[in-house]
Design a protein around this ligand. Structure first.
Ligand SMILES: NC(=O)c1ccc[n+]([C@@H]2O[C@H](COP(=O)([O-])OP(=O)(O)OC[C@H]3O[C@@H](n4cnc5c(N)ncnc54)[C@H](OP(=O)(O)O)[C@@H]3O)[C@@H](O)[C@H]2O)c1
Length: 291
């Protein structure tokens, strides 16, 4: 049986949906999820997905959740780095104890970057290596979906301010990343230990802003700001300080070119490349015609 953790989250739920779409027979007892709140997974249970309750902060909940699992899709959790690293280690230990034969972990393209958001991914990749369990690391690039969260408020005053310098990013939608992770989960054979799931090309935010302006019909210019100024602006909007610093550190990694790599691993797993940046921007920012 395959089990996907974090299936009430946005990525985890989409991985489950893509697994079912690729292999509907999984609904005959071959697909499980672990979630913290089982009631929120009722819709999955009604379709035939086996729902187990597990919280990585409660190690006692993990043995039963992982019993009888062959392939485990370990979806990275959110929160401060130390907390996430400890949770993922507990999950790996429990998976080993339960006899899981293969773990697929949703890591980050910038796992080697000197930023808070990379630490848990680096730690988890190292824990997997150290555990000796067969595993596959799926290094996700930045979610293209977050352009909406970044650009929507910026469109009101026409300036997208980020501490990303002239660094390039290769973006993929969360849903397509889930599609690639599902494909990897079902692959009879995986050729690589680490897959880098990136867009087809990398672009600087100045270019991305210009494309959003063109598609939305609203002015939008990019302005590079310092990491400190950016973190301060997030804190002023109510973002917790650790998260503001982590976000600023993430864009500093973009500025340093650490999120620019482009790989063909997505197409190797899925069978075709992910959507182009223009296609994604059109989906997110094209004006909707009135119904
Ligand atoms: N590449 C990127 O651009 C990017 C951006 C943001 C985040 N991420 C990473 O990708 C992950 C998945 O993204 P997402 O969009 O699905 O985020 P999300 O919707 O916020 O989901 C977070 C997931 O973490 C799980 N979780 C949190 N604490 C847990 C615990 N103690 N035990 C077990 N599970 C726990 C949640 O479990 P439940 O299902 O039980 O609620 C939820 O499924 C994030 O957690 C983060 O590590 C990547």
């Amino acid at each position: 049986m395959i089990l996907v953790t974090g299936a009430n989250g946005q990525l985890g739920r989409r991985i489950v949906q893509h697994l079912i779409a690729r292999e509907p027979s999984l609904l005959d007892g071959g697909l499980g999820v672990s979630v913290r709140d089982a009631a929120r997974a009722n819709e999955l249970a009604s379709r035939g997905v086996i729902v187990r309750q597990a919280d990585f902060d409660q190690p006692d909940s993990l043995a039963a959740a992982f019993a009888g699992i062959r392939r485990l899709v370990l979806v990275s959790t959110d929160g401060p780095a130390a907390q996430r690293s400890a949770r993922h280690r507990r999950a790996i230990d429990a998976a080993l104890a339960a006899g899981v034969s293969h773990i697929l972990y949703t890591s980050f393209l910038g796992a080697d970057c000197p930023t808070e958001l990379a630490v848990a991914h680096r730690d988890t990749e190292a824990a997997l290596e150290h555990s000796g369990v067969a595993h596959t690391v799926l290094r996700n690039t930045l979610y293209a979906d977050d352009l909406r969260y970044l650009a929507e408020p910026a469109l009101t005053h026409g300036v997208l301010r980020l501490p990303a310098g002239a660094g390039r990013v290769s973006l993929v939608s969360r849903d397509e990343l889930a599609q690639a992770i599902a494909a990897a989960t079902l692959a009879p054979r995986l050729d690589k230990r680490v897959y880098e799931l990136t867009g087809q090309a990398a672009f600087p935010y100045a270019d991305i802003a210009a494309r959003i302006a063109r598609v939305s019909g609203r002015p939008l210019a990019y302005e590079a700001v310092s990491a400190d100024a950016y973190a301060g602006s997030l804190v002023a909007r109510g973002v917790p300080a650790w998260h503001a610093d982590a976000q600023a550190g993430l864009f500093a990694s973009v500025a340093a070119g650490r999120l620019a790599p482009v790989s063909h691993d997505f197409a190797a797993l899925v069978g075709h490349p992910p959507k182009s940046l223009d296609c994604l921007i059109h989906e997110y920012f094209a004006p909707r015609s009135p119904a």
